[in-house]
Write a protein that binds this ligand. Sequence first.
Ligand code: FES
Length: 259
Amino acid sequence: MSSNETAGGPSDVTSAADFNEGATPFDAVTRAEAREIIARYPDGRARSALLPMLHLVQSIEGYVSPRGVEFCATMLGLTRAEVGAVVTFYTMYKRKPAGEFLVSVCTNTLCALLGGDEIYAALSERLGVAHNETTDDGSITLEHAECLAACDYAPVVMVNYEFFDQQTVASAAELVDELRAGRRPEPTRGAPLCTFRSVERQLAGFVRPDDDALHSGPAGEPTLVGVRLAAELGQAAPGYDPATPIPSVPPKNSARKKS
Ligand code: FES
């Protein structure tokens, strides 16, 4: 093992004994893409490439398999235990093959109160799967998620990380029925739906300039309500760019002293 590898540097995996075609799905193209990811980080910081590398693995296998762990470990000069610790920490890394569509139902407090728990229970029964399980036809993996960062649109469901806002039991059931019928319903906002493996490739940082993934719509009304309220109250996050539409003026009736 080279000193570069022991220091956490990238490994130039090129020997036939390594990840050659037939032995694993990580062929020369994948190895080149892995090196492209590693090159995004400063010298000696190859291990920082692990998160996008794991998404690259998922784009090929649909999950992080033991050989995917080994691939990342070898390329990055890490131990398999170190890679495994990351894989098991983050919920976006799947340890069993995911379906074509990952359906995430938010069951955190706000969504749960507004119907998220009922939506999750209904989808689980309809699909015949529990958390992180995949339907027999391989079309849908169901998971419950802890806040999808869209509380203003609660209760929310995501499909392959695209938002379907303000869902009901009925609309969520219709959504999964459409997916299982081979159709791709349009998300409420953001990019059009693509497959799980395709979105994983985007998360690895491989997005073409003409990809639909780059398209997103304007902020929606529930978000703007919050922005307007903040402006009215003169609230802004510390260090927020003063050129933004949220003015840093004291709120009416504020007890704050003028500086
Ligand atoms: S609680 Fe569901 S998006 Fe935040």
